[in-house]
Design a protein around this ligand. Structure first.
Ligand SMILES: Nc1ncnc2c1ncn2[C@@H]1O[C@H](COP(=O)(O)OP(=O)(O)O)[C@@H](O)[C@H]1O
Ligand SMILES: [Mg+2]
Length: 209
């Protein structure tokens, strides 16, 4: 399956979720590729601070030809994750057209709910060329023991897209692991963060694969 993490807003967790969901998939022995389509090259930067080889392959494709060029690679992988850039809408469109499923991370804040309007508009435009695009929100950086996750879930209803049941909380392990080019599974496989990513990955596979 080709999954892209998309949002025109930066800092919502596209790269963090791409890397760690890819890691969850690779843990089960599957062949996984991350397409770094952000010209900033965050996944490539992440890999460059590692000492050893990452548990999945990484390529940079930051021109709007992803939908044209990616199909040639699909047979070498069980799953491909596209880490999409903020702002650049041609790249977002190309990545959406290449994807089986678009996952939109949103932080539990009204600003994120409003900002999601942009990516939803791009998805709706792309749906003209590709019917039945499956897209779904995921709440990331939820503060534990608050009701804000539920409130945001309700607020997102205006976009008429599903919201995953799995939510990822604000956990310092995500930033700590990224700093050393590691996935959370390599740093602490029994952490809450690892469990949340595993639950998210399972839900995406179960509902959209
Ligand atoms: N669930 C989380 N808990 C704590 N920090 C997070 C979480 N998700 C993302 N971050 C941090 O937020 C920042 C932005 O995340 P990033 O994945 O780079 O967003 P994007 O790719 O959408 O711009 C990074 O410093 C990352 O470590
Ligand atoms: Mg990013």
């Amino acid at each position: 399956m080709i999954i892209s993490f998309q949002n025109q807003k930066g800092g919502v967790g596209k790269t963090t979720l791409s890397i760690n969901v890819a890691a969850a998939l690779a843990l089960t022995g599957l062949r996984v590729l991350i397409v770094d389509s952000d010209p900033q090259g965050s996944v490539r930067d992440w890999a460059s601070v590692r000492e050893d080889t990452p548990p999945f392959h990484i390529i940079g494709m930051d021109r709007p030809t992803i939908h044209r060029d990616l199909p040639a690679m699909t047979e070498n992988y069980d799953h491909i994750i596209i880490d999409a850039p903020p702002r650049v809408s041609e790249l977002a469109r190309s990545a959406i057209l290449a994807s089986d499923c678009v996952v939109i991370p949103v932080q539990p804040s009204p600003y994120d709910v409003w900002a999601a309007k942009e990516i939803v508009a791009i998805i709706n435009e792309a749906a003209v060329f590709k019917e039945n695009i499956k897209s779904v929100f995921v709440i990331n950086r939820k503060i534990t023991n608050t009701a804000i996750g539920r409130e945001v879930k309700d607020a997102l209803q205006v976009y008429n897209l599903p919201v995953l049941d799995a939510q990822v909380c604000q956990r310092v392990l995500f930033a700590e692991s990224a700093a050393t080019g590691k996935t959370i599974f390599e740093v602490d496989p029994l952490s809450q963060a690892a469990m949340e990513i595993q639950t998210l990955t399972n839900e995406i596979l179960k509902k959209y694969d």
